[in-house]
Design a protein around this ligand. Structure first.
Ligand code: GLA
Length: 520
């Protein structure tokens, strides 16, 4: 409470003076109360999690007039906030400066409203509501983690996140494994079944991380997946919690890597999430190296997938920490704009991709319903041209024939899995963007995506493909038919958001054959 100082001249000695004083004081006190009520530490709790804990956050606010500053801290992150209050209504912004993160009203000394779009109530925080401080463990000095020999071609498989999110459970993973087999996807190369976040429970008395009640015995689940001729992936974070607030590997890297190896895990996605509360971005390499070393120490071949959203030029240090693939972008969403934005960011990173270490523009959204068939064919085409991991993210049990035909296009998969491991480079002319990928047999894949909203005609010139030998023939990989180049060119119409994808073959060339076999 701001103090009200009285000067001698204010001293109310007369009745009118006293009345005036009371009115003035009343006004001052009211203004003061309104101006101060948001200042403080507020605690809010969300839904009960699968490990028996509840989501929690502490909102620290300081009000000055109509302006608000402060911070928002949950188990998974902390961010500064700014906002305004008018009357009892507040709007508080966090990362997004256009859309308020917290909107609501001050009601009887509580905050009521929506937080990141979900209803919330916050009350004055008590000591037991505070987010526990984390003991800092300095990251190790840098060194190079030896390559584990895995992922000679971009990893393929399925991941639970894009479709199931936090609702994934063990039955979903078993069903996905079954569907990979019955759909023919396993035989087409999709061989990893990856559990994303929210499988984690708590740590037992020995400090080992055990799954939450959505999952039973992970080793038994791994056995099940392996028995179907597949491999299994799991997820953790270098922070204390994953992005949904479940415990992860901070201070337990060796122990967790040992558990993963003991359970029979073949792939680890390691997601930065709450590590940002502990480490600066310039410490990311060392922090990821720690888990790279821990995986190596297990002696089990485990694909190491880095997920730190492309911070700190991960493409230049991902392989040094033992990474086989690294996310280069924020999370993909099931929309054309998100998918294309993630793809476009890959262009400068082409030199950093190659057998054993891949740029990852995030998982496939094919079949999730937010894009058209042409747009999903474009995702499959472009991901293959940039040699991206092909991790399906849809519900494999309810796939339409169209989804199945996109994911199972063997001619397109062959472009992604080409043993030369080159990432395509784009050039753009108007709405048409052309990506050319050299292939191990000396030929090339060429994709022309129409980024605009009207159908356009493209002309592909064989001379632009820089082929090392004479072109023999070409195929349209979506129409599954031969196409004819006339006078060294091929022209075709490309519908809005569709991709024309060709594979061009050349006469056998001994030099190219040598390059391809040395890449194996
Ligand atoms: C991050 C990752 C996503 C997914 C979620 C899980 O956002 O980028 O791919 O793993 O966490 O919480």
């Amino acid at each position: 409470m701001k103090k009200i100082f009285l000067t001698p001249a204010d001293n109310p000695t007369t009745f009118t003076g006293r009345l005036l004083f009371l009115l003035l004081a009343g006004l001052l006190i009211r203004t003061d109360v309104c101006a101060q009520e948001l200042t403080g530490r507020w605690a809010t709790y969300g839904k009960e999690m699968w490990n028996g804990h509840r989501e929690q956050a502490v909102i620290v606010l300081k009000q000055s007039g109509n302006s608000i500053t402060g911070s928002f801290e949950s188990l998974t992150g902390k961010t500064m906030v700014t906002g305004t209050i008018g009357g009892n209504h507040f709007e508080i912004f966090a990362w997004d400066h256009h859309k308020p993160a917290l909107v609501g009203d001050l009601v009887k000394s509580e905050l009521h409203g929506t937080m990141f779009g979900r209803p919330f109530v916050a009350r004055a925080a008590l000591p037991q509501d505070e987010i526990p401080a984390v003991e800092y463990i300095a990251p190790p000095p840098l060194h190079v983690v030896p390559y584990n020999g895995l992922a000679r071609t971009p990893p393929m498989g399925w991941n639970s996140w894009n479709h199931f999110g936090e609702d994934v459970n063990e039955a979903d993973i078993r069903a996905a494994a079954d569907a990979l087999v019955s759909s023919g996807m396993r035989d087409a190369g999709y061989n990893y079944v990856n559990i994303d976040g929210t499988w984690e429970g708590n740590r037992d008395r020995e400090g080992s991380l055990v799954p939450n009640k959505k999952f039973g015995d992970i080793a038994a689940l791994a056995d099940y997946v392996h028995s179907r001729g597949l491999k299994i992936g799991i997820y953790s974070s270098p922070g204390q919690y994953d992005c949904a607030g479940y415990p992860t590997s901070y201070a337990h890297e060796r122990q967790d890597a040992d558990s993963f190896a003991k359970w029979g895990i073949d792939y680890l996605k390691y997601d930065w999430c709450s590590a940002e509360k502990i480490y600066r971005d310039d410490q990311i390499q060392a922090v990821y190296q720690r888990m790279g070393d821990a995986l190596t120490a297990t002696g089990r071949p485990i694909v190491y997938s880095l997920c730190e959203y492309g911070k700190e030029k991960v493409q230049t240090c991902g392989a040094k920490v033992g990474g086989n693939l690294w996310r280069t972008t924020d999370d993909i969403r099931d929309s054309w704009s998100s998918m294309i934005a993630n793809l476009e960011k890959q262009a400068p990173f082409a030199p950093d991709a190659g057998p054993g270490h891949w740029n990852d523009p995030d998982m496939l959204e094919i079949g999730n319903g937010g894009m058209t068939g042409d747009e999903y064919r474009t995702q499959m085409s472009l991901w293959s041209l940039v040699a991206a991991p092909l991790l399906a993210g849809n519900d494999l049990q309810t796939m339409t024939n169209e989804t199945r035909s996109i994911l199972l296009n063997n001619e397109v998969i062959a472009i992604d899995q080409d043993l030369l491991g080159k990432q395509a480079i784009p050039y753009r002319k108007g709405d048409l963007e052309t990506w050319i990928k050299p292939l191990a047999d000396g030929g090339a894949a060429v994709g022309v995506v129409n980024l605009g909203s009207a159908t356009r005609t493209t002309t592909i010139r064989a001379s632009d493909l820089r082929l090392p030998a004479v072109m023999t023939h070409a195929r349209n990989l979506w129409a599954h038919e031969e196409v004819q180049f006339v006078g060294g060119t091929y022209s075709a119409a490309v519908a809005p958001h569709a991709t024309l994808l060709l594979r061009v073959f050349v006469a056998p060339d001994p030099v190219v054959r040598r390059e391809a076999s040395s890449a194996q």
